[in-house]
Write a protein that binds this ligand. Structure first.
Ligand code: HEC
Length: 203
């Protein structure tokens, strides 16, 4: 009995001693370290974790595209710009609802440069070395829808690419720009680019 008590006390001392922190920054005993420190593999790479090969992600085979994704056919070049102007037309039928969505997008992504009425007088525009031309300038009034779409997609001059917007969102913006210009565009004679045709865009 006495012996058991002694062992019990000794154990108690060991447990208490093991709980006292010598180093306040030490996390102490980690029961399953992997839970705290998961390996962070680099993507598209084979990584060795504890002797096992782990794939971050597989590199897609060459020339493959994601399902539902069709690359935008016109390159970011003067020639691509001309071709887009010649061949593309707005696939989204004009409606009040589309215009409203266009306005919402414009307010989020464009107004700070182009200004609320498209005069190129947004808060950021005044800081640019060359502010955007007013949408009502002769050049932009006569700009085909396809060129607008192309410029929104790739960016132009000091304007960055907006291909993070879906194809449909970009076309809705074209409708809204036409509204700011005081005209509605629906030239349906050209190829329509629908959401299945995209350039690195979300769906
Ligand atoms: C950083 C400021 C900035 C933002 C943000 C911006 N633009 Fe522009 N935008 C410009 C400038 C500057 C130009 C003139 C580019 C040139 O011709 O060099 C321009 C030109 C344009 C043109 C004429 C393109 C052409 O082919 O001549 C269109 C259309 C246009 N912007 C639409 C948009 C839309 C739609 C958005 C929002 C999704 C947007 N812009 C966001 C600065 C901006």
């Amino acid at each position: 009995m006495k012996k058991i008590n002694m062992i019990g006390m000794a154990l108690g001392v060991i447990i208490v001693a093991s709980c006292t922190k010598k180093n306040v920054n030490s996390p102490g005993f980690e029961y399953m370290p992997d839970m705290y420190r998961s390996p962070g593999p680099e993507y598209y790479n084979a990584i060795l974790v504890d002797g096992d090969t782990v794939w971050g992600a597989m590199t897609p085979p060459a020339n493959t595209i994601a399902r539902g994704y069709k690359p935008y056919p016109y390159p970011n070049s003067a020639e691509g710009y001309e071709l887009a102007g010649q061949n593309l037309s707005n696939p989204i039928p004009y409606s009040e609802e589309v215009l409203k969505e266009g306005e919402e997008l414009y307010t989020k992504y464009c107004v700070h440069c182009h200004g609320s009425s498209g005069q190129g007088d947004g808060k950021v525009a005044v800081k640019l070395p060359g502010p955007p031309p007013p949408y009502t300038s002769a050049n932009i009034m006569n700009l085909p829808d396809g060129k607008m779409f192309h410029s929104i997609t790739y960016g132009k001059g000091l304007m960055g690419a907006h291909n993070f917007l879906s194809v449909n969102e970009r076309w809705k913006l074209v409708h809204y720009i036409r509204k700011l210009q005081g005209k509605n565009s629906t030239d349906t004679t050209k190829t329509a680019v629908t959401d299945s045709t995209s350039l690195n865009s979300k769906k």
